[in-house]
Write a protein that binds this ligand. Structure first.
Ligand code: ZN
Length: 168
């Protein structure tokens, strides 16, 4: 396990940089080609390649998802930078987040959020992260959420940057 973490640790910033520097109108096909060109582990097989592909898939989905969201009403999790019942909330462009329990479109997100925040194992992971707030620690929590099927919440943690870390 320790080993697979380190492959991922190497892959993550390389992939992130390619996506960050890509032109805004780059197609998925072009992005995939750019990622293929920077593969860092030599032979394209076995475990490192599997980790690389998995990390490409995750970051690409997030990257393309963010672009798609810029034209649709926002419906996403975000860290609250203000006084709210929870420190993560659901931003919903359909009900403008005015309904405390959510509208038809964001209700499932509210429910998922409440369930995750009440989970003792999540709380344990969170305590570790708060004791030592780092982007790597946020990725660990993101991985945990992914393992539990909470992909959107996982994306929130995988995208943590220096500003958000203060709010965790
Ligand atoms: Zn809503």
């Amino acid at each position: 396990m320790a080993r697979s973490k380190s492959w991922r640790k190497i892959a993550r910033p390389i992939i992130a940089e390619v996506l960050l520097k890509a032109p805004a109108d780059a197609t998925e096909h072009q992005l995939r080609a750019a990622l293929r060109a920077v593969y860092p582990f030599g032979i394209r097989e076995h475990h490192p390649y599997k980790i690389w592909l998995d990390e490409c898939r995750k970051q690409l989905a997030f990257h393309l998802g963010q672009k798609a969201q810029s034209t649709a009403p926002a419906l996403r999790f975000r860290f609250c930078h203000g006084k709210k019942p929870f420190w993560i909330d659901v931003q919903c462009g359909w009900c403008n987040s005015r309904k405390p329990l959510g509208c038809m479109l964001c209700l499932s997100r509210h429910q998922a959020l409440i369930a995750v925040l009440a989970d003792a194992a999540f709380q344990g992971q969170l305590t570790c992260l708060r004791q030592q707030p780092t982007a790597d620690g946020a990725h660990v929590l993101g991985d945990w959420l992914e393992e539990h099927g909470e992909y959107e919440l996982a994306d929130l943690f995988h995208a943590v940057n220096g500003n958000d870390i203060d709010w965790i």
